[in-house]
Design a protein around this ligand. Structure first.
Ligand code: PEP
Ligand code: MG
Length: 579
């Protein structure tokens, strides 16, 4: 049938068209054998297969570094870690030695048990790791039984991969130059294959009706319009031509964007800014690099709590922070402790009704009222600190006493971990958000007690102007360019410089190109924003200069209205590029 269309969830957007390469369902069924084997032989089979699997994964890892880039290769480090996990090893041996299983049965039995354990987790991130477990187990099992036929034969002409599920190691072995799309019946937005597909801009749709896949034969022409979550099987000649043209147009656009996002963030006179990403989930890590970020300036950790149906345990949090730190590969990971309350609620907590929730029982105030919960989070962060350049950021600080109490809590948590024999970094930088007027006014005093400052312009604006950022009736008064807000930002930047500690901006204003001359003029060199905005900042920066920005500062200092400030900032740009 011509133009047969199926709908699904967009895992990675884009458009592509090619011939179907169909992957048979993952092979995972143990053949129970009778005990006609010797324990020694099965153990040596297992050990040999383990060595072969390790070498193979190391080889795939090296391929993935060259094909996809170093930031994605950590997935295969995780695969290696699984295969080297002593707990797995113990269980395999127990199955073979005490339960009379063959090496083949033991591998599948233990692997399936771990995969199922992950599958029942309430955390989608953990759940989706079951695909990694199965991937590793299938690979190992292939070596135990001597089959190497599980790897897909990949297309050489433009092709669309059609499968129940695509494992990460299958994905890296594809010929990506010819891969035009992926259609599956299972998977998830945060599964590693999905992450890699997005990193490579491969259109990927997970169809709602998996039976649709049965109607696709190898060699059928398949169009993937992932932008609208659609798969077209046997497109007519007209539709096929349209899809091909859309594909080519997208490739041209991507090329332009990629070149720009990889460029240095530099003014016309060579002054550089460090641009970091704000993230809410580790699944964003792939796009963060593609977008040209230099690390994570703000991880809104409350999103972990909001996505759960109960407080996540220390282990669950640790696993997320550790993986994110690992994915940062030595670049900063700034984890802000839970900032709940105000407009952000936890579904499993009865938040009291308050007259003024934004100024009520929220954020660090909740954390200090329930220190045990904060300690759980701190333990998880401190444990993860050995995996990268982890920094702790404290939200909503308004009083010096809060900061002191928190620092004492961090120290005692660290001591407790050390007493338990658990390693942490000892020099972990502790910073605070400047988002409450008292913190900005007393920046001098606060700066003496922290290692860095991060200006949260979203809240700072609402509190300085007494204007609820969530209330559309007062939106016209909510203005981050108001002279009072700007004057506090300049004050904080000045204090941080005088004390020699880093200061960044992580509110939405950081992503507004118009504010660039302000940051340059007051010496702020670190900005953190939602990563797709980075390219806009990189585009605007070359039309700014240090000299012009500095020259505007006295004018800005004298301004009486937000419009005057915006107008003045606009003058710092090369005229043709003023927004
Ligand atoms: C801010 O207030 O500017 C900020 C970055 O924090 P959030 O938007 O999460 O309140
Ligand atoms: Mg805030």
């Amino acid at each position: 049938m011509i133009n047969k269309r199926w709908s699904g969830i967009t895992i990675s957007s884009g458009v592509g068209i090619g011939r179907a390469v169909c992957v048979p369902p993952a092979w995972m069924h143990p053949t129970m054998q009778q005990m006609t084997h010797s324990i020694e032989r099965e153990l040596s089979k297992l050990n040999r297969a383990l060595e072969q699997t390790k070498q193979e994964i190391a080889h795939i890892r090296a391929t993935s570094v060259s094909v996809i880039g170093p930031h994605q290769a950590y997935i295969f480090d995780a695969h290696l870690a699984m295969i080297e996990d002593p707990a797995w090893w113990r269980e395999w041996h127990e199955c073979i030695q005490e339960r009379g299983m063959t090496a083949s049965e033991a591998v599948l039995h233990v692997g399936e048990r771990y995969a199922r354990m992950l599958e029942i987790s309430y955390d989608p991130l953990v759940r989706e790791r079951s695909a990694d477990v199965r991937d590793v187990v299938q690979r190992l099992h292939g070596h135990v039984v001597g089959h190497r036929d599980r790897d897909v034969q990949f297309g050489v002409a433009p092709f669309v991969l059609v499968a129940h599920e695509v494992t990460p190691s299958q994905f890296v072995q594809l010929d990506h130059r010819n891969l035009r799309g992926i259609v599956t019946g299972a998977g998830g937005y945060t599964a590693h294959t999905s992450i890699m597909a997005r990193a490579l801009h491969v259109p990927f749709v997970m169809v709602y009706d998996e039976d649709a896949l049965l109607g696709i034969e190898p060699g059928d022409i398949v169009g993937v319009q992932a932008n609208i979550g659609e798969v077209i099987v046997h497109p007519s000649a007209d539709v096929a031509t349209q899809l091909q043209l859309l594909y080519e147009r997208e490739q041209r656009q991507l090329k332009k964007m990629r070149t720009l996002s990889m460029a240095r963030a530099q003014t016309e006179d060579g002054h550089t800014l460090s641009l970091y990403a704000n993230i809410t989930t580790p699944a964003e890590m792939d796009s963060v690099w593609q977008d040209g970020a230099e690390g994570i300036g703000l991880y809104r950790s409350e999103c972990i709590f909001m996505a759960s149906d109960g407080y996540p345990s220390e282990e669950q949090q640790y696993d997320i922070y550790r993986k994110t730190a690992w994915a940062c590969r030595g670049t900063p990971l700034t984890i802000r402790t839970i900032d709940i309350g105000g407009d952000k609620h936890l579904p499993y907590v009865a938040h009291p009704v308050e007259t003024n929730p934004a100024m009520g029982f929220r954020s660090i105030r909740m954390s200090l009222a329930e220190p045990a919960r904060l300690v759980t989070q701190l333990r998880a962060i401190l444990r993860a600190s050995v995996y990268g350049d982890v920094r702790i950021l404290l939200p909503m600080i308004s009083h010096i006493e809060q900061l002191r109490e928190l620092r004492a809590l961090i120290s005692s948590t660290q001591e407790q971990l050390h007493a338990e024999g658990i390693a942490t970094r000892t020099d972990i930088p502790i910073g605070m958000m400047i988002e409450v007027p008292s913190a900005a006014i007393m920046a001098e005093q606060f700066a003496q007690e922290v290692q860095f400052l991060s200006i949260g312009t979203n809240d700072l604006t609402q509190f300085v102007l007494a204007t609820d950022r969530m209330n559309e009736r007062v939106t016209h008064l909510y203005h981050p360019y108001h002279p009072a807000v700007i004057s506090l930002i300049r004050h904080v930047a000045h204090v941080a410089h005088a004390r020699g500690i880093p200061v960044s901006v992580c509110g939405e204003m950081a992503a507004d190109p118009l504010a660039l001359p302000l940051w340059i003029g007051c010496g702020i060199t670190q900005l953190s924003m939602s990563s797709p905005r980075i390219v806009l900042i990189k585009q605007a920066l070359p039309s700014c200069s240090v000299q012009r920005s500095m020259a505007l500062m006295p004018v800005i200092g004298q301004a009486r209205t937000a419009s005057e400030i915006m107008h003045t900032l606009g003058q710092a740009f090369v005229p043709s590029l003023v927004r």
